[in-house]
Design a protein around this ligand. Structure first.
Ligand SMILES: Cc1cc2nc3c(=O)[nH]c(=O)nc-3n(C[C@H](O)[C@H](O)[C@H](O)COP(=O)(O)OP(=O)(O)OC[C@H]3O[C@@H](n4cnc5c(N)ncnc54)[C@H](O)[C@@H]3O)c2cc1C
Length: 399
């Protein structure tokens, strides 16, 4: 069997963007993407809010801060070039009362440190952008946008195959064996030998990395996020994207927000509850291996103890529509329970440390022949082309 130059595990946005960036620079390489599902981008990459994040939130100097702003620029250019729709509809962050003003100011400072434009708003200014929002102050982010990340994934697949790469769907990786000069990858559709392996396996990132003998003390913990959908005739209640001031306290989730999607539909959410399955077909599916991995991981118990109140609140709002709507009514009081229906859901892959911390930054690991993307939570869809460029440079840097 002739070894391919680069095999990539995972046909989500990160894996496909890596293949695309590699082939753009080195069309002579034989690049193969191995994807377990029957189509690309069916997991996190198409089950998300669809927001192209401007980069307000992330710790200055972090990989998230750098690759989000750079990746957003690259993603907008990519979408414009390849006819994927982008709506530059902006976003407001709303402080509903004075107790949230400190958090809002911290966010404005962080945006400035990251070089992201925001405009401070008073109550009247808020209503100019979002007439149905109530709050004492806010921030306007003009560069936040929305797109269709599923369409981005399909476009990347087309470009990769058009450039001579292979995207093998229905090909689940089951084993990895690193030898002297090649990596042998066992899959449900035959073996592949590669000179370099890059793993971008999202919800399975820790398990795939463990197959290579990489010592991983963290675990991927799956957090389900579900959305409510606003009745279409009420979509004009929301013009852009409306976010609360982030709660802080070490949780990277952005709080229940309203997203005006690329098709004009308004989604409310996502919340964040522990999922019983990493790749379930239904929201309440439980996979015994996944559940056992969670239950036997000390980090999850430490995390649960530390964030008990937030966790219980999330579960309560997940089951109780009125409680979820009360959360939204804090800043858009016009929306009632009768105005929404239960909508789609997705599962986030979040790396958690043994000490119970949610690993905030993007995490790449490995060297030599094998590179792993261990943690690529939001905004990794926005940042995917920049992450792909970084992985390309690391692969080609090995010579
Ligand atoms: C609810 C939610 C909302 C979000 N909102 C946003 C947002 O608005 N903006 C933003 O920028 N980001 C958002 N994100 C984050 C973003 O979607 C992800 O960070 C991004 O899609 C990660 O891409 P990925 O390629 O790493 O993972 P994935 O899309 O999960 O791809 C991993 C792929 O690996 C494959 N795979 C796994 N195991 C194997 C195996 N053994 N063999 C072969 N293939 C395998 C899977 O089938 C999958 O296709 C959100 C995520 C969620 C869940």
């Amino acid at each position: 069997m002739a070894a391919v130059d680069v095999a990539i595990v995972g046909g989500g946005l990160v894996g496909l963007a890596t293949a695309h960036r590699l082939l753009e620079r080195r069309p002579d390489l034989h690049v193969v993407v191995l994807e377990a599902e029957d189509a690309v981008g069916t997991q996190q990459s198409s089950r998300n809010s669809g927001v192209l994040h401007a980069g307000l939130y992330y710790a200055p100097g972090s990989a998230k801060a750098r690759w989000c702003t750079e990746g957003k620029r690259q993603m907008e250019a990519f979408c414009d070039e390849h006819g994927v729709p982008v709506e530059r509809n902006g976003k407001v962050v709303v402080a509903v009362d004075r107790s949230e003003l400190d958090g809002l100011h911290r966010l404005a400072q962080r945006a400035a440190e990251n070089g992201v434009e925001v405009e401070p708003l008073d109550a009247a200014g808020l209503r100019e952008y979002e007439p149905h929002v109530t709050g004492v102050a806010g921030l306007w982010s003009p560069s936040t946008a929305v797109t269709d990340f599923g369409a981005v994934a399909r476009t990347l697949e087309r470009l990769v195959t058009g450039a001579g790469g292979e995207v093998r769907t229905g090909t689940r990786v089951t084993g990895i064996d690193e030898r002297n000069d090649v990596v042998r990858v066992t899959t449900t559709a035959g073996d592949v030998e590669a000179r370099t392996l890059v793993t971008c396996a999202g919800l399975q990132a820790d398990r795939i990395a463990a197959m290579t003998g990489e010592p991983i003390e963290e675990r991927i913990v799956p957090f389900r996020g579900s959305w409510l959908v606003l009745r279409p005739e009420l979509s004009d209640l929301v013009r852009s994207n409306i976010y609360p001031v982030p709660v802080g306290g070490g949780l990277p989730f952005l709080g229940v927000h309203l997203t005006r999607r690329i098709d004009g539909a308004v989604w409310i959410g996502p919340n964040a509850v522990l999922a019983g399955s990493r790749a379930g077909r239904r929201p309440f599916d439980v996979d015994l291996d996944d559940a056992r991995d969670i239950a036997t991981f000390p980090g999850i118990w430490k995390l649960a103890r530390r964030h008990l109140t937030v966790g219980v609140g999330e579960i309560w709002r997940d089951r109780n529509l009125s409680a979820m709507i009360r959360e939204v009514q804090r800043y858009v009081p016009a929306i009632t329970v009768d105005d929404v229906s239960r909508g789609p859901w997705g599962v986030r892959a979040q790396l958690v440390s043994p000490s119970g911390d949610l690993v905030d930054d993007f995490t790449l690991r490995g060297s030599g022949r094998v590179l792993h993307v261990l943690n690529a939570p939001s905004p990794a869809a926005t940042a995917s082309l920049a992450i792909g460029a970084e992985l390309r440079d690391r692969v080609l840097g090995r010579g």
